[in-house]
Ligand binder design. Structure first.
Ligand code: PNW
Length: 482
């Protein structure tokens, strides 16, 4: 199943987009500054039981005030792009209607300062921080959210679109739908693992498509940018070469990635295997229709082809086996009839779900190319955390070196990867893990008020790689044992 290959010493295409990524709630702070409305994370993180260290993103990296420090760090990396997200409630405190001008002004200052530093913005419209006012109307379970999101997207295209050429509508629909409205493990904490999960996912796809079509028809002709969505996919290998396990691994990938990607980049509809599994189980469970919603013919036309590139967040890989699950449990996870686990021979990070599996990067990219019509792909996140946060972060250097090399191999295989964003620029508020899981290329001492960004070894390594635009055989660090 797995054949290790030596590092490839070669460079990336000349215009390859090197970047780092962050998100609004994880870095901005200023949670109630200058007329910002509340988001579901302001509400959720107010309950210290929801965060392992009892903290919140109220201040975080304080980028609302300290964004110049972020730009200084980006400048020292030499990256040409910065992926950040806009806080919906900062620009539209009620989610729709009333505009908060100071919020608009903040993003204008940030974008202007980035461009002055020769760094292009790559902007995510939605990285999970839904305005609380919209959650009170049902959030992602209300079909009207497609229109609410379109209104918000139009405002952003209007205000920032002359300077933003890459838009990501929504970050990781899987997390929003399953964690937010299924298991209820994160905001807004709604529980409906086998029902709400699919309904939220459905509305996310439609919201994305409406925002894409708004850009395509009214903004693209003059602004000439690209709009995509970011899907999180981890790689699933079968645990052995038995057919039922090979099929289980493909099923896992289809439930995770195909769920969102097949409607948008593939046939315009959910993957067959999902329709079949969820449909059969729903019938056996006594539902009079599938728990997986159906797209109307009109919606399929709206959704199909509604992206100019494929945003991929890739972190890790699992081994997979077929496992027929208990039919009495109504849950997106159980619907898949699989079990999966981390390969114990791979390095386990401090985060339970994340082992270092660079080979999965190349395989995931090839899988996307093969299943979804060879789209342009931008890696919008890839990274690893530790707890100690040492400046001498050799394990992170290893992770980036080998994952980026694996991506280079995929490019040589013919996959159209045009950009890469490391997660994350700096240590930040890692959702339910607070400040205990550190993903940064730069370290921040959160006990100080200046919150200075300090270079880690991984930042120096990444800067060199970016500067070389790839891997030079004569660089000593490229030949080192890590
Ligand atoms: C991403 N998984 O989420 C998010 O986009 C970031 O905001 C976050 O900080 C980062 O990963 C690190 O956690 C993921 O279970 C959540 O495979 C879960 C998974 C992957 C990515």
């Amino acid at each position: 199943i797995y054949v290790d290959e030596p590092l490839l010493y070669d460079t990336f295409p000349p215009d390859f987009m090197w970047a780092t990524a962050t998100s609004a709630y994880q870095i901005e702070g200023g949670w109630d500054a200058d007329g910002k409305g509340l988001s579901i994370y302001d509400v959720w993180m107010n309950d210290s039981n929801h965060v392992t260290d009892g903290t919140s993103g109220k201040v975080a990296c304080n980028s609302y005030y300290f964004y110049e420090k972020d730009i200084e760090a980006l400048r020292s990396l030499g990256v040409s792009y910065y992926r950040f997200s806009i806080s919906w409630a900062r620009v539209l405190p009620d989610g729709i209607g009333r505009i908060n001008q100071p919020g608009i002004d903040y993003y204008k200052r940030l974008i202007a300062a980035l461009k002055a530093a020769n760094i292009q913005p790559m902007v995510t419209l939605y990285h999970w921080d839904l305005p609380q006012a919209l959650e009170l109307m049902g959030g992602w379970l209300n079909p009207s959210i497609a229109d609410w999101f379109e209104e918000y997207a139009r405002l952003c295209y209007t205000e920032f679109g002359n300077d933003v050429k890459y838009w990501i509508t929504i970050n990781e629909p899987w997390v929003i739908a399953y964690q937010g409205y299924g298991s209820g493990n994160t905001a807004p904490g709604t529980y409906g693992p086998g029902t709400f999960t699919y309904q939220a996912g459905h509305h996310i796809i439609l919201a994305h498509a409406k925002a894409y079509r708004a850009y395509e028809t009214q903004f693209k002709p003059t602004q000439q940018g690209k709009v995509g969505i970011t899907v999180n996919i981890n790689w699933y290998d079968p645990k052995d070469d038995q057919l039922e396990n090979i099929e289980a691994a493909e099923r896992a990938l289809q439930f995770l990635g195909g769920w969102i990607a097949n409607p948008i980049y593939g046939s315009g509809d959910y993957p067959d295997v999902m329709k079949q599994k969820v449909g059969d189980k729903s019938a056996q469970q006594g539902f009079n229709q599938s728990r997986l919603p159906e797209f109307t013919a009109e919606q399929k036309i709206l959704v199909r082809g509604s992206a100019d590139f494929f945003g991929l967040n890739y972190y890790t890989s699992y081994l997979t086996a077929n496992k027929i699950q208990d039919i009495s449990i109504i849950d997106y996870g159980y619907d898949q009839d699989i079990e999966s686990y981390s390969d114990p021979t791979c390095y386990q990070s401090s985060f339970d779900w994340l082992t270092i599996t660079p080979f999965g990067m190349r395989k995931t990219l090839q899988w996307i190319k093969d299943r979804f019509n060879d789209p342009e792909i931008i890696i919008t996140e890839n990274g690893i955390s530790d707890r100690a946060g040492n400046l001498d972060d050799v394990m992170r250097v290893y992770y980036y070196k080998h994952n980026i090399n694996s991506m280079l191999k995929a490019i040589k295989d013919g996959v159209r990867v045009t950009g890469y964003a490391a997660w994350s620029l700096m240590d930040n508020f890692e959702w339910g893990n607070g400040f205990t899981q550190k993903f940064g290329l730069f370290s921040i001492d959160f006990t100080t008020s200046d919150l200075n960004r300090t270079t880690k070894a991984s930042a120096r390594y990444y800067a060199k790689l970016v500067n070389d635009n790839g891997f030079m055989a004569d660089q000593p660090c490229n030949n080192s044992p890590i």
